[in-house]
Design a protein around this ligand. Structure first.
Ligand code: FAD
Length: 317
């Protein structure tokens, strides 16, 4: 079984999910190759060697600098066939969600999205994917020559495992693009994205209003965390939509998720229940968030959070 890992990059940086997928594939003990489409990545070989990639292909071609959903999908589909891959592995990221179904349609290959476990049973892939807002975990196998799998970010930690990467360049015939992304307007500069963060501090309606959000931001800064929000906080216009965690927001799997004034509705849990450790601060001991929390603080957040900030500041000094 040969695996082709789609290498994600942005602004010349390799995205963390690529290293996570390398670690995952190495644990399966099968041959694999990492492909990047479209750009020069400084020190790609050096970085990928550190995580154990041995075969890396950089796909070049005029016009490939700008991401095109249909164009990249066509190229990726061609590569899967040309490189005789059995599995195409991608991140269940914004890019993976955009590209994987298109490649699946072109190749008429089955797709399992947002997997939280990928294992080999004999020569069969065994996949676990949460369904129905995380209420069930489906055990999935794909019966087909070519299989496409996207993996939830942060579920597999990337481990360094040095190898000697052989980096090759391949020039492809660039197809006509129907759509080209001309510009990506990023949100607040330098803001850590919730889907990539190792620690997230999230606030909900219990925060009472945007004027109190400095508590979430201060706590997040001291913990080196990204800030998240419940839909109630986003719908109220207190926070931008890119911070929303949950069924209609982002799915996150950080090491630590701190839920402040969030009740833990099923739609919120759908986006964060695979976090490794959950800390909940809520004044209602019956709040459903405590059912998934590893540590719970039943208290008024306006008393507890300033104390946490004070203590963390003391520890840092
Ligand atoms: C189709 C659909 C999709 C949805 N998608 C999402 C989604 O993606 N993400 C999402 O989050 N929700 C989603 N929702 C909404 C979801 O059902 C809840 O309404 C929402 O999560 C509630 O947000 P909340 O916990 O911030 O607010 P509430 O449910 O109002 O909870 C506020 C909590 O704060 C606590 N609190 C209040 N004051 C304090 C205080 N001083 N100190 C400590 N605790 C305090 C309260 O005890 C309460 O538990 C969706 C709903 C639907 C129908």
């Amino acid at each position: 079984m040969k695996v082709l890992i789609y290498g994600e990059h942005r602004d010349g940086q390799i995205r963390k999910i690529t290293f996570e997928n390398i670690t995952l594939t190495k644990s399966l003990n099968v041959p694999f190759e990492v492909v990047f489409i479209g750009t020069d990545i400084p020190d790609a070989g050096e970085q990928l060697s550190r995580y154990g990639a041995e075969q890396v292909t950089l796909i070049k071609g005029s016009g490939l600098e700008k991401y095109s959903p249909d164009g990249y999908a066509k190229i990726l589909a061609q590569l899967v066939q040309k490189h005789e891959a059995d599995v195409l592995l991608m991140g269940a990221t914004a890019t993976g969600k955009d590209l994987a179904p298109r490649v699946s349609a072109i190749l008429n290959a089955p797709l399992a999205t947002d997997c939280t476990k990928v294992e080999l049973e004999g020569d069969q892939l065994r996949l676990i994917r949460p369904m129905y807002a995380g209420k069930v975990l489906a055990n999935v196998s794909l019966n087909s020559g070519i299989k496409i799998v996207t993996v939830r970010p942060n579920v597999y930690s990337a481990h360094e495992n040095p190898a000697d990467a052989d980096v090759r360049e391949e020039t492809v015939e660039v197809p006509d693009f129907k759509t080209v992304v001309k510009e990506i307007i990023s949100g607040a500069k330098g803001k850590l994205d919730v889907t990539e963060a190792d620690i997230i501090v999230s606030g909900g309606r219990g925060m009472k209003g945007p004027e109190n959000w400095h508590l979430i931001e201060e706590l997040a800064e001291l913990l080196g965390a990204a800030t998240g929000a419940s839909r109630a906080a986003v719908d109220a216009g207190w926070r931008p939509h890119d911070e929303q965690v949950g069924q209609t927001g982002k799915t996150v799997s950080p090491t630590l998720y701190v839920a402040v004034g969030i009740s833990g509705a099923i739609q919120h849990l759908a986006g964060m229940s695979s976090s490794k450790y959950i800390v909940a601060i809520n004044k209602d001991p019956e709040a459903p968030i405590f059912k998934v929390a590893d540590y719970g603080i039943v208290a008024d957040l306006f008393e507890v959070v300033p104390k946490m900030i004070e203590e963390l500041k003391k520890m840092k000094n």
